[in-house]
Design a protein around this ligand. Structure first.
Ligand code: DQA
Length: 148
């Protein structure tokens, strides 16, 4: 199956950006590890990062045309602001896992609310780069269950 990993704003700076919060691992490292794991499990993984809300929306629409089976999405700060991304995910009806490196519940109060979490399959946050790895494992076992 096709798996799409979507990264929102500022995640291109991962590794250099507030390392005390987000760690030293780069986005390229994360994507490479996810792609290798997906391949090993017999799936195809693509990734996309954008700082622009409309580009993320466009990529979500494209995912429907490509028959993407599942999305792992770290929407960055759009998590806390974007009804448009919520509507895009609802429109394509592709199951997705919301991912955050940091524990958004242990930070500023405005990070506690997500416009996406209640329509996600699940949310993983607080494990740094491992959040993505854990989200992929959850998506893989879910794909196995639903492909039967
Ligand atoms: C983030 C958490 C968001 O609150 C923040 O705006 C980000 C990154 C995370 O991965 O921890 O940009 O999504």
């Amino acid at each position: 199956a096709k798996i799409l990993v979507l990264h929102g704003p500022n995640l291109n700076l991962l590794g250099a950006r507030e390392p005390e919060i987000y760690g030293h691992t780069t986005l390229a490292d994360i994507n490479a590890a996810l792609a290798a794991r997906a391949r090993e499990a017999g799936h195809e993984l693509a990734w996309y990062q954008s700082n622009a809300e409309h580009e993320l929306i466009g990529r979500i629409h494209q995912a429907r045309d490509e028959q993407v089976a599942t999305i792992l999405f770290n929407p960055g700060a759009f998590t806390h602001t974007s009804i448009a991304l919520r509507d895009a995910l609802a429109a394509v009806a592709i199951p997705f896992v919301e991912v955050h490196l940091s524990n958004v519940h242990a930070r500023e109060p405005f990070r506690r609310h997500s416009y996406l979490a209640d329509i996600a399959v699940g949310v993983i946050c607080g494990f740094g780069p491992d959040s993505y790895r854990l989200a992929l494992e959850a998506a893989l076992s879910r794909l196995e269950r639903t492909a039967a």
